[in-house]
Design a protein around this ligand. Sequence first.
Ligand SMILES: *Cc1c(COP(=O)(O)O)cnc(C)c1O
Length: 247
Amino acid sequence: MTGVGQGRRDELAATLARVRSRIAAACAAAGRDPAQVRLLPVTKTFPARDVATLVDLGLLDAAEDRDAEAAAKMAEVAALRRAAEVRWHMVGRVQRNKCPSVARWAAQVQSVDSARLVEALHRAASSAMQAGQRQGALGVLVQASLDGDPARGGCPLPELQALADRVAAASPQLRLEGVMGVVPLGMDPGAAFAQLDVAAQRLRRSHPAAVELSAGMSGDLEQAIEHGSTCVRVGTALLGDRPLISR
Ligand SMILES: *Cc1c(COP(=O)(O)O)cnc(C)c1O
C-alpha cells in the first residue's frame, strides 16, 4: 500500500493505539481485566475502505446506525477483504420494515427497545434462517432509556425486564445478550452509567447468559468502564470527526 491509503492506515493505527490505552488505563483504574471490555468501532459515515483498514489492524467488529448504509458497506467490505469474517452490529433505531434486511446482515442488534420490534425481528430472523440467509441466532441487546424520553429511543427502565423476557422467549431465532444504553443529553455520565449497571445486573439475575453491557462512547468510555461496561462503542476517537449531518 502506498500514498493516501498508507497515510490513513498510519492514522488509524495511531488512534487505535490511543483508544486501546484509554481502555487499558480505565480498566486498571477500575481493577478490571481489559479482556472483559470489547472495543466496537462505530463506522457510520466512514467508507468501506476504513473498515477494511480496521480489519487489517485486527478489528473484526463494526457498528452502523442505518440499515441501507450498513448493507451496502458490508458488501463492499466483503469484496475488499474476502477472507475476513466481520461481525456487523446495528446500534441505531430500527424501523420495523427494515427488519428483514437487518436480520440478513447483523450479528447483533443493540438497539431493541419495544415489544413490536422484538416481534418483527423474530419473524425476520426466522425467515432469513429458513431462506439460508443467516446462520445462527440474531444477538439482541435491549436498549434502556435513562431519561424515559421515548423520542430518543430506548425502553424505560421499569419495562426493561419484561422486554428482555420477550426477547428470551423468541429463542432460538433471537438470543438475549444484554443491555445497551446511551447517556441522555445533559445527564451526568457517571450517574447514567451507574443506573445502567444496576439495570444490567438485575437482568442478569433472571437471564444469566445476558452478560453484555454496551456503554460508553468516544467521550465517556472511562466512566462507562468504571461502571461495568463490557463493550465501548467508539466512532470519532477512532475514525475522526463525522460530517455534520443530522442523523
Ligand atoms: C455514533 C454512535 C456511537 C459512537 O459515538 P462517538 O461519540 O463517535 O464515539 C456510539 N453509539 C451509538 C448508538 C451511536 O449512534
